[in-house]
Design a protein around this ligand. Structure first.
Ligand code: ZN
Length: 397
């Protein structure tokens, strides 16, 4: 298997026009060279030279010919899905999943490992590196030319420098995951917040492709937000933008794992719903043991305590949505994550609250998409898309 050992090859590839053409081919395939020249504003001769270069690098293929009224029919070009691959990792405290994705953003292979990585050490880096090597060796025959590894990690990530600043779930603080893993694997390693990774996928390959300004929300064990503004991921000045789950929903409310009180996540993520359900049951004189998430999710529609739990949480979530709509004025919000299972008892009051509380007409043309959750694959293909986005498809400005 051919592995690029440094970023140098791809930095040279990161020539603005090559990236522009690669993106145009991704978005418009199959597309002819004359159409690429029109769309890019580049001369036909430049387009010919650059597309030949992309072809030589194995990133694009010829895909038939276009109809032409007279003369020679122009050849149509498309991405070669097998031209390059990226590895995406979902890293959690007790499980890590790795997937290989192709240039169409499709998962080719995945491996699931159960191991405890909640330790900030060289041993953790070695474990992750061994997992990546195992995934590569099992797919060596089919997946040639892997360009890098993306890591989806919860919490505050300085993705510019590959540093996990604070991940409370993993217990990692100022952990230089990207540089250490890159040195160990001898290939580029990018690290980003897990919801930003999902945004990357939605932006490149998913429902976000048709929008310039959209938000992605992942609700489940936690509550995160990915932001795409003017077609690009927005991470804030130091990479910490999007901590929707840690905005204050209840002043002096429940203690959050981040150390503060009243964070929205403590009311709408899994543990928040269980806490509310438990409080309501106790207040209603039901002295049963701590309820589980499964009991809540599987409760019958006439379970009034469960319905009230979802309604209270849904209204807080909807109020939070109204706030971010007021802040970002997005065209679309994609909501996904395990929390999609909460169902209409949660989402009906949430969307009602959103429309009641959004400023003026900001929510009137807003699209809200409840995206079915694909489990761990949503995280890993997002982490893979992070690599493709940064190393292949992002034009240099
Ligand atoms: Zn918090």
């Amino acid at each position: 298997m051919e592995l690029d050992t440094t970023l140098t090859d791809y930095k040279s590839l990161r020539d603005n026009n090559l990236h522009r053409l690669l993106n145009l081919i991704r978005l418009n395939a199959p597309v002819s060279r004359p159409d690429l020249a029109t769309a890019s504003g580049l001369s036909p001769a430049t387009v010919l030279a650059l597309t030949n270069e992309l072809s030589k690098r194995g990133l694009i293929i010829e895909k038939g010919t276009a109809n032409a009224p007279r003369g020679r029919r122009p050849t149509l070009l498309a991405l070669d899905p097998a031209g390059s691959y990226a590895i995406g990792l979902m890293i959690r405290e007790c499980e890590t999943v790795g997937s290989i994705i192709n240039l169409h953003g499709s998962i080719i292979a995945s491996l699931h490992w159960n191991l405890n990585l909640a330790e900030q050490s060289e041993h953790t880096i070695d474990c992750i590196a061994e997992l990546v090597e195992e995934l590569i060796s099992q797919n060596e025959a089919t997946c040639k030319h892997i360009i890098g590894v993306g890591c989806a990690v919860s919490g505050y990530i300085d993705s510019q420098n590959g540093i996990c600043v604070d991940s409370w779930q993993l217990g990692w603080h100022n952990f230089a995951l990207g540089p250490l893993l890159s040195e160990r694997l001898h290939m580029p390693v990018l690290v980003s917040n897990n919801v930003s990774c999902i945004s990357c996928y939605e932006n490149l390959f998913g429902r976000g492709q048709t929008y310039q300004n959209f938000l992605t929300i992942a609700l489940g064990r936690g509550l995160g937000l990915g932001i795409v503004l003017n077609g690009e991921i927005y991470s804030g000045s130091t990479g910490g933008a999007g901590e929707f789950g840690h905005t204050v929903a209840v002043v002096d409310g429940r203690r959050c794992e981040c150390g503060h009180r009243g964070c929205l996540e403590e009311y709408v993520a899994h543990r928040g719903l269980i806490a509310t359900y438990s409080e309501l049951l106790r207040a209603g004189g039901f002295s049963q043991a701590e309820p589980t998430l499964e009991q809540l999710l599987q409760s019958p529609p006439d379970d009034q305590m469960a319905s009230l739990t979802f309604r209270k949480a849904g209204r807080l979530f909807g109020a939070g949505l109204a706030s971010i709509v007021n802040l970002f004025n997005p065209e679309c919000i994609i909501i996904t994550g395990e929390g999609i299972e909460y169902g209409e008892r949660f989402f009906d009051p949430a969307l009602q609250m959103l429309h009641e509380q959004a400023f003026s007409r900001l929510a009137s043309s807003l699209q809200v998409i409840l995206e079915p959750w694909s489990g761990y694959e949503s995280w890993t293909r997002g982490a893979g898309a992070l690599v493709l986005s940064h190393l292949l498809f992002t034009p240099v400005r």
